[in-house]
Ligand binder design. Sequence first.
Ligand code: HEC
Ligand code: HEC
Length: 216
Amino acid sequence: MIRNITFTSISVCLVLNAVIAASNISWAQDKVAAKAVELKPVSTFQSITDEKQRSVALFEEAGKVIQHPRCVNCHPATDRPLQNLTMHPHQPPVTRGDGGMGVPGMMCTTCHGSENVPVIGQAETIKSIPGNPNWHLAPIEMAWEGKSLGAICAQIKDHERNGGKSIDQIVEHMGQDHLVGWAWNPGEGREPAPGTQKAFGELIKAWAQTGAACPS
Ligand code: HEC
Ligand code: HEC
């Protein structure tokens, strides 16, 4: 849906034009796959009789989402978010600042609004700007970039590094959180995360119920 041009989107476009003009960066967006990647349902894993093995297999399936660039781009290992399926450093350069909200003059909300906004006139390069009312960077202790699925799994369960969440709260966050849900509605020009948030949430729930075992 193309929204009416508001003052905000005009100023965002001006910022973008300036940024694009000032750099030789390729703004090529995701080559959106013709066929969306699926997630296997929980029932697929019932035949694994060993509960721990089943738990690991469920988490590995959910890992198709967790290690997808749509998630990892916001859980980087440095102070800079990543972009696109190529996971290149965010252009223009922005840093996390206080609470992952950016630094004065380059706050995330300068460009990222409460919803995805189609970009008109840059159709060959950038088709939309991601948006969500809660758009900001995951704290550094929640960095997933460059980590194995097993390491991410251990980190997600670690109260010191998961924002003090219980397993139930992690299940809820993965399956219900609106910012997490953005990954399945990422705006034009971006490949959504595999499956649906509901199917993903069910895998995580079944993983928790089978003891939340981590891949080695
Ligand atoms: C000057 C404008 C601007 C600012 C400030 C800005 N962004 Fe962005 N950001 C963009 C644009 C434009 C895109 C889309 C680029 C593309 O898809 O090629 C984008 C894309 C992203 C993506 C990639 C999403 C994906 O999966 O491909 C992430 C993550 C992101 N921004 C996070 C942030 C965070 C966090 C902040 C604040 C610390 C921030 N941005 C500040 C303009 C900005
Ligand atoms: C726009 C940036 C952004 C995107 C995209 C994003 N996250 Fe996050 N994530 C955050 C922030 C910020 C926090 C910390 C604040 C909070 O708990 O809400 C967080 C925290 C989390 C946590 C809890 C703590 C932990 O152990 O890491 C989980 C789990 C999580 N995200 C999962 C996901 C998944 C799964 C996806 C993709 C489907 C995703 N996130 C995409 C920004 C993002």
